[in-house]
Design a protein around this ligand. Structure first.
Ligand SMILES: [Fe+2]
Length: 201
């Protein structure tokens, strides 16, 4: 089984930077996300991603675990989106930062209207090299879409939680804002690329 040699890739720099950042116990998610995004932008290249981390599927977008912090403070994964594939509308219950490697993605953001129904509040188009982030205090109900009819997209996501604990709730747009159901856990659907643990530093 092939392993990502994290010491020879931008993943090493990213993880090292995240270890340093999170050791500072930053309690402001906005600040944390902005710093994570800056570090993530340096890693937004496809050349270091192994083939298994770029694998797509016809039925739904694919999530591949790249790195899991041993202390559970953060995780890093690659997402692969065939044309038209999208997440459900969902939230995370924690901060998350998304960066695009290849192709283009759209982040659609939602918030409850005065009647409690979800309404779209913004749409963010993301080209290669671009990042966006979400955290609960700012409202983090969203959907990610590959709007292309021809091109596969690849993104790298950093979450402030273990990979299996991300994507807590999904929402139906035609119902009130109560979560419709829990999204699948890692054990249900994540196809993990072999990850190599790094010592904290
Ligand atoms: Fe998300």
């Amino acid at each position: 089984m092939r392993h990502i040699d994290a010491t020879q890739t931008p993943l090493w720099s990213l993880v090292s930077g995240l270890n340093l950042l999170l050791s500072q116990d930053i309690d402001d998610d906005a600040v944390c996300c902005a710093v994570v995004a800056k570090r993530l932008r340096r890693a937004l290249r496809a050349d270091w991603l192994p083939p298994e981390a770029r694998r797509s599927a016809d039925d739904t977008y694919q999530r591949h675990l790249l790195y899991e912090d041993e202390a559970g403070r953060f995780s890093v994964g690659s997402f692969v989106w065939k044309p038209g594939q999208a997440t459900p509308v969902h939230d995370h219950t924690g901060w998350g930062v998304v960066g695009v490697v290849d192709g283009e993605l759209v982040s659609e953001n939602f918030a409850p209207d005065p009647e409690g129904r979800l309404a779209q509040t913004s749409v963010v188009a993301l080209k290669p090299g671009a990042t966006t982030w979400l955290f609960p205090a700012a409202g983090d109900i969203h959907r990610i879409v590959n709007p292309s009819t021809r091109n596969t997209a690849i993104s790298i996501h950093v979450y402030g939680a273990p990979f299996a604990a991300v994507c807590r709730n999904r929402y139906g747009l035609e119902t009130n804002m109560a979560p419709a159901a829990a999204l699948p856990s890692a054990a249900d659907g994540i196809r993990a690329a072999p990850a190599r643990s790094l010592s904290r530093g």
